[in-house]
Design a protein. Sequence first.
Length: 139
Amino acid sequence: MKYESTWKIFNKDIKILIKPAISFVAIEPFIGNHARIWVKGNKWGLIDANGIVLAKPQYDWVGYHHNGTTWVNIGGSVGYSGIRGGRFGLINTQGEFIIKPKFDWIYDFWNGELLEFILNKKKGYVNRNGEIVWIEKKC
């Protein structure tokens, strides 16, 4: 909630729980213990429910946190029709790269273990360690 010109996180009794460590333009609802934040300059990051920055707002887009990972985009532009361009990668809850941004597109983990991606017009799958386990071959 924006209060006294800065964002603060309140509990259900409207008591201020924390004042986040950084200033931001907007915060999205918490999903579990994580929320996406947006700062000036159109950069996105992640904070936890204690206001601790998990992923510095340096990305052009940040997906929703899911099962300990979040996909990020660097170099893309975000509009009403979605994300265009840039490269996609995957970070953990500490904001460290599991997979550095190199994919044209990534999807959520399939069956909880494999992440589907597109790279150079080829579909493939990568595991949670960032290892490509399969990529289609084009003739």
